[in-house]
Design a protein around this ligand. Sequence first.
Ligand code: ASP
Ligand code: MG
Length: 413
Amino acid sequence: MALIVQKYGGSSVADADRIKKVARRIAWSRDRGDQVVVVVSAMGDTTNDLIEMAYRINKHPGDRELDVLLSTGEIVSSTLLAMALKALGYEAISLSGAQAGIRTDANYSGARIERVESKRVVRELNKGNIVIVAGFQGVTDDMDITTLGRGGSDTTAVALAASLDAEVCQICTDVDGVYTADPRLVPKARKLTEIGYEEMLELASYGARVLHPRAVELGELFNLPILVTSSFTQSSGTLIHGGVSMEVRNKVRSVAYDLDVAKITVVGVPDRPGIAVSILKPLAKAGISVDTIVQNASVDKITDLTFTVAKSQLAKAMRLVEPIAKSISARDCVSDSKLGKVSIIGTGMLNTPGYAVRMFSALSEKGINIQLITTSEIRITCIIDESRVEDAVGVLHETFQLEVAEEEREVSP
Ligand code: ASP
Ligand code: MG
């Protein structure tokens, strides 16, 4: 008998019929003799609807109240799922994040799990229950309810799986695995049977929406296998784990994209110590996360500082940066909100310069202008016009022969 944790996303429990279907899938796992802990997201667009309602009532709803409000979405889906399982004749119990022992810090709307006190979950499992835990939420030491940030149910699932020493954490969703590119953009995209933690972390952070990056990080930390699989079809999914063999890691694995990119450039900044801090610190304080940061080599002690933020944060960021730019006598402050990111990812790129050249030539042959470039050891990202992102993903998928199985590719890099 194994212990498994399954997580179902919002679209998998969007209405009563889907909840019943998910219940049957859980029952099937239980029938195989496994102990099952289930983590659920809120039904469909519930979280968005609750946020909208809060802001309609008060432009500053307050972090604490907002988190309690949002946590109710997952409570609704967890109770309904427990009822659906009972209707099928299975023993099941729903638990809120607090009841399941998810203890967090007090950073509302982006709380971090500090520990999982899983005694109650274990007790319920031992009584023979299927345990349904409301995802995305926890409780502070002062018993205040917190939420873990958008998409946080993945993190709940992996944290619970790690603390219960589960065999695997299954992320059950509306796609059946991790692909070489978004199959809606690239019909020839291939499903990966496995992928390592580092590669998955880059993919999740640079646009693949299948899994929250924090969940991947936790999986790696506890060396917990994570299976991304379909909620509704019997397909084998993609296993994220630490033992991916070197051979299959030896190439580009996937192309990711992100359309949520806006850019701010502070032009003509005096190049002296402390300038970057004075521009970026107020943004951090206001909770605006800055992504790519590029400072030009300076000419005559004058430089440009460019960084990117999410499109929804651009207006707020500009309001903060403009006065600072003035106060440090920068020449100008300009922004562009119509950008996107395209990345190639794979551990095979480690120490192999050829990949960058091939990526840039492929983009230039398509007439796609690169505005910014950033890299990690296993990723190369180009920031380009948002209208060219789809083309870029397609051409890169072709250039690196991602539709062909890795061992059969002709070219490397
Ligand atoms: N319901 C939350 C959200 O929509 C958490 C989740 O889905 O994981 O962000
Ligand atoms: Mg959701």
